[in-house]
Design a protein around this ligand. Structure first.
Ligand code: C5P
Length: 218
């Protein structure tokens, strides 16, 4: 059976999450936030106090991890029975996720968990390697980017709105460091699939990006 997949890859802060959720809702398709899988593993690893260089134990934690996603207006994530939603967005979680995501052994364990999201009537999958590695045969592929300065400003605004103290220069440095790590790793680096449509969202509103993506699918 041919289940349609729309992949949306790109660096952190490009608006992938917001766009993917909105597009999935409009199409009535399922949604895979693959970053939240890596973030959940980061939390599991931090909870267990595992040294971030200890690949073998990180793989064991990944294999034993039981994840449940509840997709309401916001995504709720249950890790081994505990609601970890409020910790998913933390900078420590994202930075730890990016470190452990560089290990091929870890990516191999998480691959099937991601493929399992492909269900009728269709799937919108958001991440770094959705169009290149996880769903290379996807019918629709997008690469969504924006300048690092613009992405840092958006992240800063989000944190301030949530009442979390933030420093723009530090966020810009973290984003650049995370981009570098995601692009330079040997396994499944952040890269545009050859058959993807490139969208630069720096000077676009979220609604304009959503319309452009919906037009591609319809
Ligand atoms: O997208 P998000 O910022 O939630 O992802 C957190 C980290 O997880 C990324 O910086 C990246 O290192 C890793 N990731 C990945 N592959 C994906 C999704 C996320 O390596 N498909």
């Amino acid at each position: 059976m041919n289940i349609p997949v729309l992949t949306i890859d790109g660096p952190s802060g490009a608006g992938k999450g917001t766009v993917s959720r909105a597009v999935a809702k409009k199409l009535g398709w399922h949604y895979l936030d693959s970053g939240s899988i890596y973030r959940s593993l980061a939390i599991a690893v931090l909870n267990a106090g595992v040294d971030l260089h200890n690949i073998e134990t990180i793989v064991e934690v990944a294999q034993g991890m039981r994840l449940d996603f509840e997709c309401g207006d916001e995504l709720t994530v249950i890790l081994n029975g505990d609601d970890i939603t409020s910790r998913l967005g933390a900078e420590t979680t994202g930075n730890t996720a990016s470190m452990i995501a560089a290990y091929p052994e870890v990516r191999a364990v998480l691959l099937q968990k991601q493929k399992d999201f492909q269900r009728l009537p269709g799937l919108v999958a958001d991440g770094r390697d959705m169009g290149t590695v996880v769903f290379p045969d996807a019918k629709y592929k997008i690469y969504l980017s924006a300048s690092a300065t613009e992405r840092a400003k958006r992240r800063y605004k989000q944190l301030i709105e949530k009442g979390i103290g933030a420093n723009l220069d530090q966020i810009t440095r973290d984003i650049e460091e995370r981009d570098r790590r995601d692009r330079e790793r040997d396994t499944a680096p952040l890269a545009m699939a050859e058959d993807a449509l490139y969208i630069d969202s720096s000077d676009m509103t979220i609604e304009q990006v959503i319309d452009k993506v919906i037009n591609l699918v319809r």
